[in-house]
Design a binder for this molecule. Structure first.
Ligand code: GLY
Length: 563
């Protein structure tokens, strides 16, 4: 893109009118939080207004989401936080991904005949990996925040103790997940009110959770990993065949890691490295499509979608082969994200016809689909920025609530390769690099990302959605950089998803006009509708005026709030 086109693209990102978007981006002069819960966004903005920095706000938002968004906001899961410090210009990531319990091993979900036992890695106690969230959030605050842990926890404690009005969205979500939550008496009691699910407007009070949050406020992460909460988790495990032991909790450590970096059309791209595949796969796709004139081809044309699908197919094939926890396996990060490697991949594109993914009989993941993770983005008055994505994996994780502690546990063990070649919950075929081992972190797709220019963060973005996360972030970046959309329009725009196998181009309901669909089919793409993809939360900052523009995904219930 030439200089003028780039300037135009950037200028239209600043739009404060709705245009074709679901609404105008939310504007603010000082700080902004975009999350999937309006209550949680408000918690963050209140902290920014009182002089807290972006990390303070992010930690408070993460704790508030535990209360207001129990399907993915969590204490019993894990995630990744990407931080930009405006004073030094540096970026850091905190990896607080869950770890496999020490007893875990490669074939733990496979029966004598080599078949993966149904549900063992997705529902119930054996699906649970050692949670990372309390330690990760405490580390973020201690190293980069200004608040004390009890101050960051206070809003969440109040929300849990006094309750908050259940939204239509949450009421529907709890009812939709009745079969999972209803299998576990403690989850049924708390989240389904013993069989009388919450209606919109009713108060959800979570007394046990409030007590747990208070224990963490008083005792720090130690209360969770070594104190009473640890004992409650282990009791829960022992009485139901789970494998997490006291030593697993005691040994858990979040890790500071450098982010992965690349460039795209004059912007610096900063994102999450292993054990997430997000940043690497994102950069591989951006590198592959960089020279194509996507703006001229149009954002939703068959030609553009064909090129995106080809880039996705190739990057996801590499994901399956090479990616895993880099503390356990060698991941060739430099090569994967290099421009010459992308050129080689691009040379294998057929400009007209779909390539064929390997001849592997695909499973049918669609009936099991549910992709709950949550992302939020924060910027403060000084330009410090946080992109945080964290998760229980599935909606409401394993379905298990820790008796006496009031929080749900993840089913992150399903993100490992249960058996090479056998699709996981997301239909992803995975390889040896991501096989199960005690202490290892399962491969993730979470992609908290910044776009930077001249040392400043311009875009903060991320999304839930299992493997679709990476493609959601990819398409939002193209929408902003190539197509000049405002942050809200970029987040609204229809999404596609290809993950190599199954060899299917997945599209959102009613998102393709018929002649584009026919043109893609005639290029050889198999097209299948899936549900709506992702719940992106983005912030764009115009450094000429200092205005922050927030965009929350209309696919769910979120809202950016600024001041
Ligand atoms: N649990 C979804 C992910 O980490 O990609």
């Amino acid at each position: 893109m030439g200089k003028t086109a780039l300037a135009l693209a950037v200028a239209s990102c600043l739009a404060s009118y709705a245009g074709g978007a679901s609404r105008a981006p939310v504007r603010a002069q000082h700080g902004m939080v975009a999350s999937t819960s309006e209550i949680a966004s408000q918690v963050g903005v209140d902290i920014l207004k009182r002089g807290g920095n972006a990390v303070d706000a992010a930690v408070a938002v993460a704790f508030a989401l535990v209360v207001t968004y129990p399907s993915a906001g969590n204490l019993g899961g894990g995630g990744f936080m990407l931080i930009h410090r405006s004073a030094t210009g540096e970026e850091i990531t905190i990896d607080y991904r869950e770890r496999a319990p020490g007893r875990a091993h490669r074939d733990m979900y496979v029966d004598g005949e080599g078949r993966v036992a149904p549900e063992k890695s997705t529902v119930g106690h054996l699906a649970v990996a050692v949670p990372g969230t309390p330690a990760g959030l405490a580390m973020a605050l201690e190293k980069y925040g200004t608040l004390k842990l009890e101050e960051a926890l206070q809003p969440a404690i109040e929300l849990a103790e006094k309750g908050f009005p259940v939204s239509t969205f949450l009421s529907d979500s709890l009812k939709r997940n009745e079969s999972r939550l209803g299998r576990f008496p403690e989850s049924r009691r708390i989240f389904l009110r013993g069989g009388k699910p919450y209606e919109p407007g009713e108060l959800l009070v979570q007394k046990e959770l409030a007590e747990t949050l208070k224990k963490i406020a008083r005792g720090g992460p130690k209360a969770f990993y070594e104190g009473k909460i640890a004992r409650l988790i282990v009791n829960e495990m022992k009485s139901h065949g789970g494998w997490i032991a006291l030593e697993d909790l005691k040994d858990y450590r979040p890790v500071l890691r450098p982010p992965v970096r690349g460039t795209y059309r004059g912007y610096e791209v900063v994102s999450m490295g292993p054990p997430s595949s997000g940043g690497i796969v994102l950069l591989q796709m951006l590198n592959q499509v960089e020279p194509f004139p996507l703006k001229e081809l149009g954002p939703h044309s068959s030609k553009t979608l064909h090129l995106l699908a080809e880039a996705m197919r190739r990057a996801f094939a590499d994901r399956a082969r090479y990616l895993g926890d880099a503390d356990y396996v060698k991941v060739p990060v430099k090569g994967l994200i290099s421009k010459p490697y992308a050129r080689k991949m691009r040379e294998t594109f057929n400009g007209e016809y779909a390539s064929s993914s390997l001849e592997v009989g695909p499973g049918d993941p669609f009936p099991y689909e549910s992709e709950e993770t949550t992302h939020f983005s924060v910027v403060d008055k000084d330009g410090n920025a946080v992109a945080n994505t964290y998760t229980l994996n599935d909606s409401y994780g394993s379905g298990v609530t820790v008796r006496g502690a009031g929080f749900l546990l993840n089913n992150e063990m399903d993100d490992f390769t249960s058996a090479p070649g056998v699709p996981n919950m997301y239909g992803l075929i995975q390889g040896e690099a991501n096989s199960i081992q005690g202490g290892k972190r399962p491969l993730s797709a979470m992609t908290p990302t910044f776009l930077k220019k001249d040392g400043k963060v311009l875009l903060i973005v991320g999304s839930p959605g299992g493997p679709t996360i990476i493609n959601t972030v990819f398409q939002i970046i193209l929408n902003v950089v190539n197509h000049g959309m405002s942050i809200q329009e970029a987040v609204d725009a229809p999404r596609i998803h290809h993950q190599w196998l199954p060899d299917v181009l997945q599209v959102e309901p009613r998102s393709l006009v018929k002649d584009v669909e026919l043109a893609l089919r005639s290029r050889g793409h198999q097209i299948r509708e899936r549900g709506f993809m992702g719940d992106a939360q983005g912030i764009w900052i115009d450094w000429a005026t200092g205005i922050r523009y927030g965009g929350s995904d209309p696919r769910q219930d979120g809202r950016p709030i600024g001041y």
